[in-house]
Design a protein around this ligand. Sequence first.
Ligand code: MCN
Length: 761
Amino acid sequence: MSILGNRVLRREDRGFLTHGARFTADVDDARLDGAAWVTFIRSSMAHAQIAVDASAAVGMPGVVGVYTAADLDGPTVLPGVVPLFPEPMLNRPILATDTVRFVGECVAVIVAEDPYQGADAAEAVEVDYKPLPVAVDLEQAATDVTVIHDQVGTNLAIDFTDLGMATGISDDSFFSDCEVALEGRVVHQRTAAAPLEPRSTAAAWDDDKLVVWISNQGPHSVRGALEALYGDRATGGVQVIVPDVGGGFGAKLAPYPEDVLLPWLSAMVGCPVRWFETRTENMLAMGPGRAHVHRFGIGGTPDGSITHYRLDVLVDSGAYTRIGAFLPMFTLPMTVGPYDIPNVENGARAVVTNTTPTEAYRGAGRPEATLTLERAIDMFAGEIGMDPAEVRRRNFLRAEDFPVTTSVGTEYDSGDYEASLDLVLRAAGYDDLRAEQVRRRQDGDVTQLGIGIASYVEVTAGPAPGSSEYARVEITPEGRARIRPGTLSHGQGHMTTFSMIAADRLGMDIEDIEFVQGDTDLVAEGTGTFGSRSTQLAGSSVHVAAGQVVDEARRVAADLLEANVEDVVFDRASGTFHVVGSPSVARTWADVAATGEELAAESNETMACTYPFGTHLAVVEIDTDTGAVRLERLVACDDAGTIINPVIVEGQRHGGIAQGVAQALLEEVAYDDEGNPQTANFVDYGIISMAELPSFDLVPLETPTPNNPLGVKGIGESGAVGATPAVANAVVDGLSHLGIRHLDVPLGPQRVWEAIRAVTG
Ligand code: MCN
């Protein structure tokens, strides 16, 4: 019987629970002996001309190097991060030269014998600021009132319509055929990835070889960036090692200026160097996510049919174009979500502001498409006086029509959206919830009940049409197996699930599978972990390569059995090879391996992306006296195709839902009008905890995809896609009898209380 689908506990947790994790800052490697510590000096102003005088730091106790942009004779600008696009004009300087454009931008760097000496010397660096006008608000910045990059002359960094990735936005006549039409604006606030392990990097030159340790989601991508910057000097090659990682959530994807400067610093001071950031540095300088403002229009008929939809996206790039600026490439293809809406138009623009450059954050473009669409559907339902569940049901793409190409040209693989809605409504007891809501309204209860539904479809292993990921499978001399995927598990449990995939194919116990990742000298190729791509791409490559290894082993076994290879079968249940009909005379993996023949295979096949979907239902209680919202229930159905390991999938859903709820109720990276961060630590930033969350009800559904041999879709981000709109819809629903039609997230008590006061006086 196959191990796939079994509730196997995470193999990696044994180590974490006994000796603990070994993060980059814990690395104990002889190549880092005698390492000096790096401290960055950061801008305290959002937009200013600067003059840096670091001379007072030179010669301070323990200080071995003091550098400003003027000293750099190595790399000065961070390379572009999204190869799909032309090299952007607004790449970030590694150290600011004459202008700073956000609080937290690096202006100078100290290398010292210990971090405390580095902190003291940093105090001695003088930065003279001549303030410039700031552009913090995204919509204002889009009007070019204050231009941030003089050499470009506009804050518009990318127009996705010009790139042919959007239809463009027409005029109001677009909705002229609609009996019912309404429009709205939805703010997607900036949220921090806030991994428990902040960023950390170390670098050493081992003769002509550059070795870098980094807390990151894709060692090979980092190696590529470092080769581009240091290839001439690193004639012995570049090795990137990623030890245990305490969360990334998308923000540790591309290397940052701090990371890529370390090799240069190491060469300058002549010893290895290490860096790790404080929580405040992390909140200032690691890119946040979301940061969209959308305008939408929706139109249809009073009987609930939606015929027209418009989505106009503005995304905040922050001061330079990093991954966040490009994420509409995932928002636009998901414009119509799970619905059959024939007339659609969309547009997207990325705009620079005097804030920290934005990055990917769990969901990266798809939660944004979903929140706007699901708010629009609820507002449409309110306008025509129809139950929001019914409006969704009437407009879903039908299960029998898959595979289906949507009106924006996205090719969905498999799905049954109505099934996910029905399962959730049943599990939640929807009719009873509505009855209870009516009762509380009639009784004038202070605590009102809100019920919110969100249906979604998202894309994993995107962007379309598809991509590939490397994996190698090899048999060890003892007859066990070793797998080397090009992805990087940083909390997702790949050691367990990928071992299950290999064990299933090789007929071995998962304890016989050795898992190797995170070292470019040990794994030949790779792209990394993001976009919930790992299982469908690297997992499938493990599956394919393991199948090839079995075929090779059959040939070797045939020699041992003195039989024709066509007559030899592999029995996966026992993990042995035998001649057809003679199972008693069998050869084991150990027998085959003992011949000394190399048994190994690699796979890196391109596979189409997949489209996981689901429905979330949130129940909230709203204290109408104080505006406090409490999430009482969250019922979620998240389809991820065939499930490899339900325990891990449930864990991924829990984590994603928690972060989705956080966006709906709590978390926001905030700036004042001058661009000063207001949330630079975990006291001011309302990071979600167990105290704010109920136990979630997870409803299973498996709709295998035809797009890869395992039938799997991604699950890593689904929770974050579905939960935010479900909770947001629940809060507005709970206040709709007061005449409230829309509220922007995060729905903290003050915002909710003010909204109630505005309508009740
Ligand atoms: N899985 C499964 N069956 C499926 C799909 C997935 O058993 N049908 C399992 C996988 O084998 C894997 C896990 O679920 O162990 C997640 O797989 P997948 O959906 O392929 O996603 P990735 O492994 O590519 O992870 C990326 C995704 C993203 S994009 C973010 S952001 C995110 C996330 O995963 N960041 C995380 N989950 C995180 N979890 C932790 N603990 N920390 C982060 O930083």
